[in-house]
Design a protein around this ligand. Structure first.
Ligand code: UDP
Length: 247
């Protein structure tokens, strides 16, 4: 693989954006203004040569374990959740294409009329050609989440980092919204996250990143310019890797 573009830390990254981020300040659904903002941030770094994979969650529309799922069996509810991620992926694709970014959506659930099926080697080729690849439908199986899908695709694509774009600028010692004395970790180890059950990503996603030695970078995608800053190693974020915890 070639080196990262000048001033950037990583050449190829996977950006996971949760469904909650895409609903912006609305309580539900897709806020196209927020999707456009995320698309602009992605376009900016893609134009400078960073290869980007995207995994979008579906929690803004449907979550298998949510109240809305009622007493529906878990597997059926989870398939609905996966379909929700496809809708978000198509919204993100439209927003990116509108501003001239070449994209492909690959879905883990076969849906030929709307997306390519997931084919690893084809996805790698898209990245090499500078296309943004959006992976939809998580891992394509119930009882998983898009965090696991993001970790799996990051490993398969040989990404240099998994970026978790949330609405908080990193991992804190306590909930910063409830505890004013909470401080942000600069670094944490995979083991810290797993042993302390810190709610960063699903344990299965963290374990896969640990085994693949891919750092997880947690940052706030809601702050303007944050994606570019994080990719350059600037601004606020928490890196989870093999090192010791520092705050
Ligand atoms: N889901 C699933 N398998 C997957 C990915 C997603 O069953 O591989 C379902 C699951 O019901 C989940 C929903 O899709 O609750 C939405 O994904 P997620 O909760 O990860 O979205 P986010 O929290 O990132 O918005």
């Amino acid at each position: 693989m070639t080196d990262a573009p000048a001033a950037y830390r990583y050449k190829r990254v996977l950006l996971k954006v949760s469904g909650e981020v895409l609903m912006g300040d609305k309580g539900f659904g897709i806020d196209m203004e927020t999707v456009d903002e995320v698309a602009r941030a992605v376009a900016e770094v893609a134009a400078e040569g960073v290869e980007i994979c995207l995994v979008i969650g579906g929690g803004n529309i449907f979550r298998g374990v949510s109240k809305a799922a009622g007493d529906m069996d878990r597997a059926s509810a989870d398939y609905m959740g996966m379909l929700a991620t496809v809708m978000n992926a198509l919204a993100m694709q439209a927003a990116l294409e509108k501003i001239g970014v070449h994209t492909r959506v690959q879905s883990a659930l076969v849906m030929n009329a709307v997306a390519e099926p997931y084919i690893r080697r084809k996805a790698l080729r898209h990245l090499e050609k500078g296309r943004v690849v959006i992976f939809a439908a998580g891992v394509g199986a119930p009882f998983f989440t898009t965090d696991s899908g993001a970790a799996l695709r990051a490993a398969e694509m040989g990404c240099d980092a998994l970026l978790k774009g949330t609405s908080v600028d990193g991992v804190y010692t306590a909930d910063p919204k409830k505890d004013a004395s909470a401080t942000r970790y600069n670094t944490l180890s995979y083991q810290d996250v797993l042993a302390r059950d810190l709610k960063v990503m699903d344990a299965s996603a963290v374990a896969l990143m640990r085994d693949s030695r891919i750092p997880i970078v947690v940052f706030s995608i809601r702050e303007k310019g944050s994606l570019k800053r994080v990719l350059r190693g600037e601004g606020a974020f928490t890196v989870i890797n093999t090192g010791a915890a520092t705050s």
